[in-house]
Design a protein around this ligand. Sequence first.
Ligand code: NAD
Length: 476
Amino acid sequence: MRITVIGTGYVGTVTGACLSYLGHRVTCVDTDAAKIEALARGQSPIYEPHLDALLALAAAHGGIDFATDLSLPVEQSDVIFIAVGTPALPSGEPNLTYLESAARSIGAAMDDSRFRVVVNKSTVPVGCGNLVETLVREGIAEARPAERRAIRFGVASNPEFLREGSAVTDSLYPDRIVVGAADEQSLDIMRELYRPLAAQTFEPPAGVPRPAGMAAAPLFTTSLTSAEMIKYAANNFLAMKIGFANEIANLCERVGADSAEVMTGIGLDSRIGSKFLNPGLGWGGSCFGKDIQALVHTAREYGYSSRLLEASYTVNCEQRQIVIQKLQEKLHILKGRTIGLLGLAFKPETDDLRDAPSLSIAARLLQMGARVRAYDPIAMPACRKQQPDLKLRYCESAEEVAADADALVLVTEWRQFRDLDLRKLARSMSRPVLVDGRNLFDPETAAAAGFEYTGIGRAARARSAGATGGDAPSPN
Ligand code: NAD
């Protein structure tokens, strides 16, 4: 099929590359000319494992191209994906101006040569499918008033569930594909588009193997409204699950239980499951905060008070400050102290800093008079560019961060931090305090290496004789 993907951010670029890999002919469009130029040169605008290789493969087969003007691609396409950003406004509502502008332009570019499906992949509040339909119609009416009745299209909602850092794997091997639409023709086209993915008939790309035992991906078709709600419900649930683990971990510290043991113990219950139960200094990223606020806002519009969702947001904001409290407990005075941050990205394997806990922690420490250094294997260039006023000292390595520092805070659980020589780090510090914000290190190993270690919910580690415990789940 001929596909246009509008927006070449984390979602649009990965969607375009994967659809091209499945055999579709894709044009990725963005209003940001610098991004399009870079993509046309073969450079991905974001750091995402396997994406560069997939883009290179697509370009070599002529399966993908890039444009700043959507007119021609839309005219030639069967399916048009909208994957533009929907960041939160100060009110908590998502900013829909990018979506609205894209929908109008799509309408203006359509002719009557074929039926097209306009697919919302951006996360948008319930009802936006209808809004997109209206805006596309308005675009058509303005650009081609005479032909407006002959131009046929449907609108679908196809929420995206990929995770940054494993976006290519998530897109090629999804747990499920959700498509909502009001008309059968649009649903049929979407089924056809996703047939190779749903049936898993494609050859896996090099380095991105199909999970063992995966034979198909369920394609779940719903109404437009349900599909829109599924995305919000999923993200709100996941954020709440992490918030719950954090709250229990905070209690564990007070009563003398070990949160890793507690999470393993509850995660073994199949009704609960072990994923997303890893205590830490809180979630971040572009989606959870924005999607909770958007659903809370929708609830208010309908006169409903969503107390669980509101609490989940507040609990997470407070969780980030726990690092500061722990530093104060260890060092008492933070003014003039040197604090080193290990990791800046909101999670490993990405350069994304949107709503990253590192930023609020660094800003608070600087405000309190501390000197803050940081090292991140990937996200430092993005941080320098996006946060010019954040007075961090960027270091070349974890060792440079630690040298003569008063405390280290593990903020992002990059894999390479697991292999650090803790003994060497501790020895190089002015005071060997380690606040492990992701419970990455074993407390006993860290203590044996010379650190004054504190994790999240792990203060008490004494085990009763005979307790078997379990492996600590990998942090969120
Ligand atoms: P992003 O900010 O990385 O990218 C959005 C892109 O859209 C930008 O490059 C911007 O220049 C472009 N754009 C804006 N208006 C445009 C227009 N009129 N025409 C063409 N391009 C335009 O955003 P993202 O992280 O890819 O997220 C996109 C959407 O997907 C959001 O609604 C987000 O909530 C949702 N989502 C994101 C993720 C994620 O992990 N990032 C996961 C699932 C869903």
